[in-house]
Design a protein around this ligand. Structure first.
Ligand SMILES: [Zn+2]
Length: 395
C-alpha cells in the first residue's frame, strides 16, 4: 500500500513545488536514464485544476516532504492525472515555476563587452559557479545534462491514453547546429567552423547581434550562399533586453529591422539566455522561431530553470526550439575541451532515444570555440552527430 497522500491532496495547493518523480517499472520507457534528473514542478492551484485522491493503480508519483503524491493512475482501464495537463504543460514549458534574477552587471552604466573577453569569461565562471551540477548528472534540480521528469510524465500519460505504443512519435534524430556571434572577435572563426560543418553535411544557424559590433557582411553573405541561416541575437548584447518593458523592447527590435530584412531572419536567441514573457510577447511581432530556452538550464546567469522539454513546441504565437546541447558550458566548470564529447555523448544517446532534438550551441569568439582545441572538439562532436543522422534531417 502506498503511504497516505500529503495534506495538499485536498486540492488546495498554494505554491509551486519541484519534486523527483517515480514511474511504475512496467511503464518506464527504454530511454529512462538511471541517475539522471527526474524532477517535475507541480503547479499551484491557481494555475491548474487539481483532483483530490486519484483512483486505482498509481503509475507516476512524486516524492514530497510529506509523502507520496500520485500524479497519474489507472483505474479499470481509465487514466487519471492529478492536474489539468494542458495548463500544467503551459506552466512548465513557459517556465513559470522559475524566478528570473537580474544580475547586477546588467545594470552597469557601460556595456559589459568593454571588459576584455578573457576577464568576462572568468567573471561568468564565478557567476555560474553556484549553478554547477552537483557531480555527474546532478542530483538536484534541474538534472544536468539530462532532466527527464517531464518527458517521463508525458510519455506515461500519452501511453495510457493511447492504450499502447510509445508516447512520442519517433521521427528520427534531428540535429540543429546553432551559433551566437557575440562580438566582432567571433567573425574570423565563422568560416572555419562552418566549413567543418559543411564537410559533415550540416548547414548551421548563426545568430548575430543586431546593433552591436558592426557585422562582417561578407562572412554572413558567404554563410547564406552555403545554405546556412542567419538569425538575430538581440539588440546589442548588454543583457538588458529581457528585463525591459514592451515599448523599449519594441524600439530595440525596430532598430534591428534592416538586418532582419537583409537576411530574411526568422529566428532569434536572446543574449546570455535571458528570457521573459514580455520579451516573447513582443518578439512574435518580428520573428517566428525562438532558440532562447534550454531544456535544462544551468547556463543563464539569471538562475537555473529550463522548459524541461526537448522537442519544438508552440507557445504564445512563437515556435520554441529548446537548446539541448550547450556544448561549451562544461568549460565553465573546469572540463577540458578534449573531454567535451565524452561529456555530451550520454545526452545525445538519450535524445535519440526519446525523440528529442539535438540542438547544439557554440560561440565563435576565441575565449569559447574560436581556437584550435575547441575546433578539434567540435569536429569530434560532428563525427558523433553525423554517424546516426541522414542528410535529409540535417539543418
Ligand atoms: Zn551571446
Amino acid at each position: 500500500m502506498p503511504p497516505p497522500e500529503p495534506s495538499g491532496s485536498d486540492g488546495v495547493e498554494h505554491v509551486a513545488r519541484i519534486h523527483p518523480i517515480h514511474v511504475d517499472p512496467a511503464y518506464q520507457p527504454d530511454w529512462f536514464q538511471d541517475g539522471a534528473g527526474t524532477h517535475v514542478p507541480l503547479p499551484p492551484a491557481a494555475v491548474a485544476a487539481c483532483r483530490g485522491t486519484l483512483p486505482g493503480q498509481p503509475l507516476v508519483w512524486a516524492d514530497t516532504d510529506t509523502g507520496r503524491l500520485t500524479l497519474i493512475s489507472l483505474d479499470a482501464g481509465e487514466p487519471y492525472m492529478r492536474y489539468d495537463w494542458s495548463s500544467w504543460q503551459r506552466y512548465v514549458l513557459g517556465e513559470h515555476y522559475r524566478t528570473l534574477t537580474r544580475p547586477l552587471y546588467t545594470r552597469l552604466p557601460f556595456h559589459y563587452h568593454r571588459i576584455p573577453g578573457v576577464i568576462r569569461r572568468a567573471v561568468a565562471s564565478r557567476l555560474l559557479a553556484h549553478q554547477t551540477p552537483a557531480g555527474g548528472h546532478g542530483g538536484r534540480f534541474p538534472g544536468f545534462p539530462i532532466e527527464q521528469g517531464v518527458e517521463l510524465l508525458a510519455h506515461v500519460w500519452a501511453r495510457v491514453n493511447a492504450g499502447t505504443g510509445p508516447a512520442v512519435a519517433q521521427t528520427g534524430p534531428s540535429v540543429v547546429l546553432t551559433h551566437d556571434i557575440d562580438t566582432s572577435h567571433g567573425f574570423p572563426w565563422v568560416r572555419r567552423t562552418a566549413e567543418l560543418e559543411l564537410a559533415h553535411g550540416f548547414r548551421s544557424v548563426w545568430h548575430v547581434v543586431g546593433r552591436g559590433d558592426p557585422p562582417d557582411y561578407a562572412v554572413l553573405d558567404w554563410l547564406v550562399e552555403q545554405g546556412c541561416t542567419i538569425g538575430l541575437h538581440g539588440y546589442n548584447h548588454d543583457n538588458k533586453l529581457a528585463f525591459l518593458p514592451a515599448d523599449r523592447i519594441r524600439r530595440r527590435l525596430d532598430a534591428c529591422r534592416p538586418l532582419i530584412e537583409r537576411y530574411d531572419m526568422q529566428c532569434f536567441r536572446s543574449p546570455s539566455w535571458f528570457r521573459s514573457d514580455t520579451l516573447f510577447k513582443v518578439l512574435r511581432e518580428y520573428l517566428q522561431v525562438d532558440y532562447s530556452r534550454l531544456d535544462t538550464d544551468r547556463s543563464c546567469p539569471g538562475g537555473v530553470g529550463g522548459c524541461l522539454w526537448t522537442k519544438p513546441f508552440s507557445l504564445g504565437g512563437l515556435t520554441h526550439v529548446p537548446t539541448t546541447v550547450p556544448f561549451e558550458d562544461p568549460l565553465y566548470w573546469g572540463c577540458d575541451p578534449e573531454y567535451l564529447v565524452d561529456f555530451w555523448r550520454p545526452k545525445i544517446e538519450w535524445l535519440r532515444g526519446c525523440g528529442g532534438g539535438i540542438v547544439v550551441n557554440t560561440h565563435p569568439e576565441p575565449q569559447f570555440s574560436g581556437n584550435a582545441r575547441m575546433l578539434g572538439a567540435y569536429d569530434q562532436l560532428l563525427n558523433v552527430l553525423a554517424s546516426a543522422s541522414s542528410p535529409d534531417v540535417r539543418s
